[in-house]
Write a new protein. Sequence first.
Length: 513
Amino acid sequence: MLNLALRFRWFTLLGALVLLAGAGVLAARMGGEFLPRLGEGAIVGTSVRVAGVSVEEAAALNDRLEKLLLAGFPDEIANIWTRLGSADVATDPMGVELSDFFLALKPRAQWTKARTQAGLVEEMQKVFARVPGLRVAISQPIEMRMNELVAGIRSDIGIKIYGDDLEILRGLSDEVQRVLADIPGRGEVTGEQLVGQPVLQVRVDPRATERFGVPARNVLNVVEAVGSRKVGEIREGQRRFPLVVRLPDRQRTDPEALANTHIPTATGSVLPLKQLAQVVETEGPATINREWGRRRITVQCNVRGRDVGSFVAEAQDQIARRVKLPEGYQIEWGGQFENMQRANARLRFVVPLALALILALLYFSLGSMRDVLIVATGIPLGAIGGVAALWVRGMPFTVSAAIGFIALSGVAILNGLVLVTFIRQRLDAGRPLANAVREGCLVRLRPVLMTALVAAVGFIPMAVNVGIGGEVQRPLATVVIGGALSNTLLTLIVLPVLYCWFHPRQPAADGSS
């Protein structure tokens, strides 16, 4: 094989370039994620109900949902509990229309409804669809919390729309949700509830107050008492307590009762509120979120059965073509995609720096930039196998895979350095170039194979790990194993050809060429 490669150098180098180009095509189509999705052994779902729902109604709906899940998945769910609303502190604000339910799962060997967690989530979504007025976004406890802490959202992807008018923001949010619904691989798509909060509006009639001689302030004081109105202060020693007046619950919740509330006039008589003002029941904004001083609405989306990178690329293209943004409105992308972009930006700085340091050390060792570049060709030769291994196993490019490529570069450099060093030693001993190259490949075959096998065999347990954390380990191990095998094979063939190609003929000790 080596003799054929040395005889047909052009074909050898052309074959290596074809393999490298093929690996580049596969890498471009591979897609990417920040980190693989970990199997935490638990599921968390965020349920969204109609704004303005009471605590009692929300608790009853949660009880119904828990019973449906326990009855539908007795072999999969160990226990379930729900958190409704949030604490008094403002670190994690949640209204009663939002709740998180946590599912602790049984060992996967006991499951009967699905074999994977993704399949189990699909079956649960069918149960959620039977509950009217309920939207559920599924995630995992640690994953959801990390997304929330890093990007401020609970799903894989967050599309933030900024603007001034709430109605325009709501329309843009609906358009974005419709676009996402048509993209393959999308999971649950949810948007913030901008309207739906029941509101009682009291519109004072200036003509009526003037006709009956009632100051408008008297009307507003009574209306203020619907919530609460401070009328004084009580002191007990050094302690002070506000004295607050509030209307009875019946008048606060019933528009008709509020309209019949008595308002005192200047003559000492009373009039019902409805003669002095209009009491209108309408809907107001449920939430108004701001970021960087601008109003913002967020559309959240999970990704199922597809890598985040390719999904976001297609979604950005579709939204740019189908959603027209008015002047002054803009869209930003967050979530795992944002984390992946940050990680890629750091890798674009770290990887060239690491390669530059490696090349500098090689130059100090070899003293020839030509030999340094020949040794460095082992890195792309190893990348061919790493990319091919990821493609065969159906894995996208992640940060853990990038770490695998960095580790692989060390193995590739070591193999090339072993060969080039021995070839130079044989040349210094007076051997002809062709003989020195052949002897280098034969004598150093065992060290090169040992280096590759140690790396490949040592990572096999990580490559087949299905336990906790295996999702992160498998891409790293896959890259190292595939890259070590391809680097070993191609280095023993391509590197000798390159060395003979870029070095002039050197005479042997007896003067023959």
